[in-house]
Write a protein that binds this ligand. Structure first.
Ligand SMILES: *[C@@H]1O[C@H](CO)[C@@H](O)[C@H](O)[C@H]1NC(C)=O
Ligand SMILES: *[C@@H]1O[C@H](CO)[C@@H](O)[C@H](O)[C@H]1NC(C)=O
Ligand SMILES: *[C@@H]1O[C@H](CO)[C@@H](O)[C@H](O)[C@H]1NC(C)=O
Length: 598
């Protein structure tokens, strides 16, 4: 053994003495540097590691650690400070051996992602803000130092085909989803724009899959905690802040997906349906929804405050919630009780056929939006377990009236084209108007009945960059400040011209749910507070919003839905298979066979 080792060392010496391994590591990753490239035990050998000429202490803590036997050096996490020369020196009798590593650390645009075999992973990549996206980003995987291959979702000659999905084509967010991860997916991935600008670098390590844990709701079936202090004056502002933050977050996600088209959504309806879901969510799902709707984890009063908000708004905005469930499942009694208490929604059974259910749901939507939206769904698959719905309906009359005579005017579009549209016009209209520097916009406030207002933010020109600049400045704080400023701005007589718009928009809620950090709902949600028997997964999320400016005022409605189905771990032996009939008692095989043609 000893002889062999020495022989090896001699060989290594010739080979390695002058050699230096260059490694490029990604910031945040873990590196393990072996001192030797062969296995041996060096009893009694003196092994020292040096970093840039200085000894590394065997007991050293922090980012760099020498493993017990001294033959391995761990660097975790790799940071910019890890860059440099690492030397391992082995001295035994008259032998001496040196191994050198030269480590460079890649730019911090890199992420390290650990995934398990068989799972899926999102590979993030974003175009910088303010860029008009004309072509999707390109992905590459490093094969060898300096070598790389294209990772192309459309190329069916590679094994990435069907496993790779570009989630938001032509969006600033160019995240791709890689499914059915295999061990070979480990490696370094680069995302670049079509003209070669580096956007992100990802370091993926794949770990062997753990054995699946059966679904269990043990410990998660208790009701939502009571709101301790229903008279607290802090609950309302907490919800107001959450709503503002959530709403502006949604707007920023949606404008990424729809940079120049009409856009309309109702944050209160989306937060309504998510809060209702939150009532039955537990553990990680609960935390994810709380983060998504921007409420603090210990804000137990969220449902109570949602109820108060609904009651407060009732004269101008009516909010309704509804739950439909598959008759095979039984929502827990505590959820049913709290759903009625906070959201006035008593879980209702789905009917037999898809047609009956479509009819039932669309009529509910039409009724609750006062016929502003008459259609949300077109089919309900039989696998559907649960549908949560939220609908809002708004109606407000202008406090100051517009000229009743029909008039037309020219609207200048982003590209400069003019379109002739019906307008609302008044030469002397009482409204508040101000330049809001923080938003780079001219803002007007139009008072409506029911203590509401319509604010219109007008960028400096019809140029898309001016519009984007305003949108980028629209943080929740800036918007809340603008509202405060406008509330104290005196009204005056101004000449007002508004297009008589009628918007009906269905933004993609599935994308929105993912952008809200709720992708896990599509893989399996912990809704143990609602239903404890099977795991359910989100299949489909929808949102539809309508808004019209008329001579009388503003009419608006919106509906949001989340539809879940049951998730089974499936095993389908509907192709050739082999069977073993085994006596577990005697631990011997009894029959063995194969089925290729049943
Ligand atoms: C390590 O690599 C860097 C970058 O390639 C180089 O500048 C430096 O001289 C190298 N150091 C040694 C000791 O090889
Ligand atoms: C639900 O409400 C009913 C009727 O008010 C009540 O009898 C029952 O105890 C409640 N159940 C739970 C679990 O709170
Ligand atoms: C909605 O349904 C209720 C109860 O069935 C009914 O009284 C009301 O008139 C309906 N509203 C609309 C707009 O259809």
């Amino acid at each position: 053994m000893r002889l062999q080792a020495i022989l090896c060392i001699l060989l290594q010496l010739i080979f390695e003495h002058s050699s230096c391994t260059h490694l490029r590591a990604i910031s945040g990753s873990t590196l393990e540097l072996p001192c030797l490239s062969f296995q041996t035990d060096f009893n009694g050998a003196a092994i020292t590691w040096k970093f840039n000429g200085k000894d590394i202490d065997a007991q050293s803590s922090g980012s760099v650690r020498v493993k017990k036997d001294g033959l391995h050096l761990y660097i975790s996490p790799v940071t910019a400070a890890s860059e440099g020369e690492y030397v391992c020196l082995v001295k035994e009798d008259n032998m001496e051996m040196i191994r050198m590593y030269n480590i460079t650390v890649a730019a911090s645009t890199g992420y390290t992602i650990k995934v398990t075999e068989g799972s899926k992973v999102h590979l993030p990549c974003h175009f910088p803000p303010g860029i008009q996206v004309v072509a999707n980003a390109l992905w590459f995987k490093e094969t060898d130092v300096g070598q790389r291959t294209r990772v192309n979702p459309e190329d069916d000659s590679t094994d990435y085909f069907n496993r790779l999905e570009l989630l938001y084509p032509l969006d600033r967010d160019q995240t791709i989803l890689l499914q059915d991860i295999v061990m070979e997916d480990s490696g370094i991935y680069h995302c670049e724009s079509a003209d070669g600008e580096k956007l992100s670098t990802l370091y993926i390590t794949v770990e062997a899959a753990p054995t699946p844990v059966p679904h269990s709701c043990a410990g998660f079936t208790t009701a939502w905690e009571p709101c301790q202090d229903v008279n607290s004056r802090t609950g309302e502002p907490v919800l107001q802040e959450s709503m503002a933050e959530f709403s502006m977050k949604l707007y920023s996600y949606l404008r990424e997906s729809y940079p120049s088209s009409n856009l309309l959504f109702s944050p209160i309806s989306i937060s309504g349906v998510l809060s209702h879901l939150l009532l039955g969510a537990r553990d990680d799902t609960r935390k994810a929804i709380e983060r998504a709707v921007c409420v603090p984890h210990d804000f137990h009063c969220v449902h109570f405050q949602m109820k108060k908000l609904r009651e407060k708004l009732a004269s101008s905005l009516q909010i309704a919630s509804q739950i439909y469930y598959n008759p095979q499942m039984n929502p827990s009694e505590s959820f049913t009780n709290q759903s009625i208490q906070f959201y006035e929604a008593e879980p209702t059974r789905l009917l037999e056929t898809s047609e009956e259910n479509v009819q039932m749901i669309n009529s509910w939507v039409a009724n609750k939006t006062k016929n502003k939206i008459t259609q949300l769904v077109d089919s309900i698959p039989p696998s559907t377990q649960l549908i949560l719905l939220n609908a809002v309906s708004f109606s407000g009359q202008w406090k100051a009236k517009f000229d009743m005579k029909p008039k037309k005017g020219h609207f200048t579009k982003l590209n400069g084209d003019l379109v002739k549209v019906p307008i609302l016009y008044q030469q002397r209209y009482m409204a508040a108007m101000a330049q809001v520097v923080e938003l780079k916009a001219q803002v007007a406030r139009f008072a409506l009945s029911g203590d509401s207002s319509l604010y219109i933010l007008l960028p400096r020109s019809n140029d898309v960059t001016e519009l984007q600049q305003v949108e980028e400045k629209m943080t929740d704080t800036a918007v809340r400040q603008m509202i405060e400023q406008m509330k104290t701005t005196a009204t005056q007589h101004i000449e007002v011209t508004l297009p008589q718009i009628k918007l009906d928009v269905q933004p993609d809620m599935n994308i929105l749910i993912k952008k809200l950090g709720l992708s896990s709902l599509f893989e399996g949600a912990n809704l143990c507070g609602l239903y404890s028997e099977d795991k359910v997964v989100l299949d489909d999320a929808r949102h539809r919003a309508f808004l019209a400016l008329t001579v009388d005022g503003v009419e608006a409605g919106a509906v949001s839905s989340l539809s879940f189905s049951r998730s089974y771990l499936s095993f389908s032996a509907m192709r050739p298979f082999i069977l073993l009939l085994w006596s577990d008692q005697a631990n011997v095989p009894l029959f063995i066979g194969r089925v290729t043609d049943p």
